[in-house]
Ligand binder design. Structure first.
Ligand code: SAH
Length: 226
């Protein structure tokens, strides 16, 4: 990593801590050790450690580091957790999850755009974080039956409502985090299922994600190709 990017990284981590986006050592360690520049297209490489989303092609974006850190904190991940992620994108958030749950854990991440899923796999491989990751190409708005139930579920695309599959595919004692709202703006929703299966739902900060597209998501208009 060149010196400019390294300096930017130190500044960013301090900013994320001071701003309350990073709260625990676990998340700090992951944000320090997973190199975001690997997941950013070459032409934006110098912006890897600025706190903003960046284009990754196919009309999609890699989320801003503050949002990645914040959502990861809300998930309260533990080593060994089995996590379902919807919206692999560049694979950056996937890498953060993989780093925290470690080799005993498992991340199942679904992406609807095949090319992005392939790029994400290569990115994860470069960091050796692919071993506990299973990437699936398909519509994640219906979740993923095959490996349910999950300790944690994270959706990284904007959903018009809390998708029904969450209630069925989340384990008792589990936590799901997802942006819910309109295309223009969403609230981060934290849904918890207690040991008896009782659900509580909290609405957190406002965020802006690209739309979840699919059965339980938004519908594509006719002039969009992807
Ligand atoms: N977490 C990613 C950012 C994801 S952007 C990162 O760190 O880079 C949201 C992603 O969700 C996009 O790649 C988009 O193609 C994908 N997506 C949208 N609808 C989806 C669906 N129904 N199933 C799976 N992936 C979906």
């Amino acid at each position: 990593m060149d010196n400019y990017i390294y300096q930017q990284k130190i500044r960013l981590i301090n900013y994320l801590k001071e701003g309350g986006f990073i709260k625990t050592e676990k998340v700090e360690e992951a944000m320090i050790n997973v190199d975001r520049s690997i997941f950013v297209p070459q032409k934006y490489i110098n912006e890897s450690y600025e706190d903003k989303p960046l284009p990754i092609g196919y009309g999609q974006t890699i989320s801003a580091p503050s949002i990645v850190a914040y959502m990861t904190e809300l998930l309260e991940l533990r080593e060994g957790d089995k996590v379902l992620e919807i919206g692999t994108g560049s694979g950056y958030q996937t890498a953060i999850l993989s780093y925290i749950v470690k080799e005993k854990g498992l991340i199942i991440s679904i992406e609807r755009i095949k090319e992005l899923s392939e790029i994400a796999y290569k990115n994860l491989e470069k960091l050796g974080l692919h071993k506990n990751v299973k990437l699936i190409v398909g519509d994640g708005s219906i979740g993923y039956e095959n490996d349910k139930p999950y300790d944690r579920i994270l959706i990284t695309a904007a959903s018009p409502k809390i998708p029904n599959f969450i209630y069925d595919q989340l384990k008792n004692g589990g936590i799901a985090v997802m942006p819910v709202g309109s295309i223009e703006e969403q609230k981060l929703v934290v849904l918890k299922k207690d040991e008896l299966g009782k659900i509580t739902i909290e609405y957190n900060i406002s965020v802006i994600f690209v739309p979840l597209i699919g059965y339980n998501g938004f519908k594509l208009s006719n002039n969009e190709i992807n």
